[in-house]
Design a protein around this ligand. Structure first.
Ligand SMILES: Nc1ncnc2c1ncn2[C@@H]1O[C@H](COP(=O)(O)OP(=O)(O)OP(=O)(O)O)[C@@H](O)[C@H]1O
Ligand SMILES: [Mg+2]
Length: 174
């Protein structure tokens, strides 16, 4: 992936987008994925079935993953690696509960490494001492908070946190 160039970066700021169906969530993810760069961390929040994995699939497409590749939550491995323009790490913490389990994943190497990291159930990082111990809150990242608004409607609040080099909007679904 190319080095970060603040002067040519797509500009990103907090935005809220509602999708009407899973296909729109894929499009949203793809657009978001196109703005990402090596080392970016995405923390996804939202209940079961909110659309975290669907959004992740779109993000991976935006990052150059081949269309035929299908994204599944990494239930057994907890971390899946995909190849887009660069490495993409898909982490799902649904089944992880104790601090010890989180620590044993060796997540900091992944999160603070060269790839793009996408974390489902990021609540589990933030509510545990782990997030604090590795300084995740202070580290630049993007939070995506997903709300189920209706059967097929989902609202996505996307917010860059501590990303001083990226600060304003970049796309709409249209
Ligand atoms: N607008 C929408 N965006 C995304 N998914 C939608 C939407 N409308 C309906 N759905 C459905 O909601 C489900 C979302 O599943 P998905 O696996 O992406 O959620 P998740 O947040 O990853 O769940 P889990 O917590 O189980 O990992 C799918 O069955 C999808 O078809
Ligand atoms: Mg999922």
């Amino acid at each position: 992936m190319p080095a970060r160039k603040p002067e040519t970066d797509p500009i990103l700021k907090k935005m809220e987008i509602t999708t009407q169906n899973p296909e729109e969530t894929l499009i949203l993810g793809e657009k978001l994925g196109k703005t990402l760069q090596s080392g970016d961390i995405l923390l996804l929040y939202g209940d079961l079935g909110a659309g975290k994995t669907t959004l992740t699939q779109g993000i991976c497409y935006g990052l150059g993953l081949a269309r035929k590749e299908y994204i599944r939550s990494p239930t057994f491995t907890l971390i899946n690696e995909y190849k887009g323009k660069g490495p993409i790490y898909h982490i799902d913490l649904y089944r992880v509960d104790t601090l010890e389990e989180i620590e044993n994943l060796g997540l900091e190497e992944v999160l603070f490494g060269e790839g793009v990291s996408i974390v489902e159930w990021a609540e589990k990082l933030q509510t545990s001492a782990y997030g604090k111990s590795v300084g995740l809150e202070e580290h630049p990242h993007i939070t995506v908070k997903i709300t189920y608004t209706h059967e097929n409607k989902r609202s996505f609040a996307i917010e860059p946190v501590n990303m001083t080099d990226r600060a304003s909007p970049l796309f709409s679904l249209q």
